[in-house]
Design a protein around this ligand. Structure first.
Ligand SMILES: [Zn+2]
Length: 121
């Protein structure tokens, strides 16, 4: 995406995914972060170790819910999670926008707009 082709919806969705995964539920994080289901009922030691880490980090997520979510393709799982964040957690989202061009800047703490070049350091 360039300044000419900037699409605010696309930019906002990427920004949520990159900077606000903590607004997702544990299940949403579990099924969007990885391309394979990370479940406790696995024969692979690496999967089990990762599962243990995620349960510790995010809290318990049922294997059945993870497997159900994985019936949808990855891009749908991501779109669903981002939709839910935008619908229900919008107030918790820090939309760092450029005061000159109103586009979303790269990060919540950026002080420079890479779209128009405006700098507010
Ligand atoms: Zn700008």
């Amino acid at each position: 995406m360039t300044a000419d082709t900037y699409d605010d919806d696309v930019a906002l969705r990427a920004y949520v995914l990159q900077h606000f995964p903590h607004l997702m539920t544990p299940l949403e994080r579990r099924v969007t972060e990885y391309s394979a289901p990370i479940v406790g009922d696995s024969d692979h030691p690496k999967i089990l170790k990762l599962h243990e880490y995620l349960e510790e980090r995010d809290g318990h997520v049922d294997d059945a819910d993870v497997l159900t979510a994985f019936q949808d393709p990855h891009e749908d799982r991501v779109a669903n999670a981002v939709d839910r964040v935008l619908e229900t957690r919008r107030d918790d989202l820090i939309e760092n926008r450029c005061s000159q061009c109103q586009r979303l800047v790269r990060t919540p703490v950026a002080k420079q707009c890479l779209w128009c070049g405006y700098d507010w350091h």
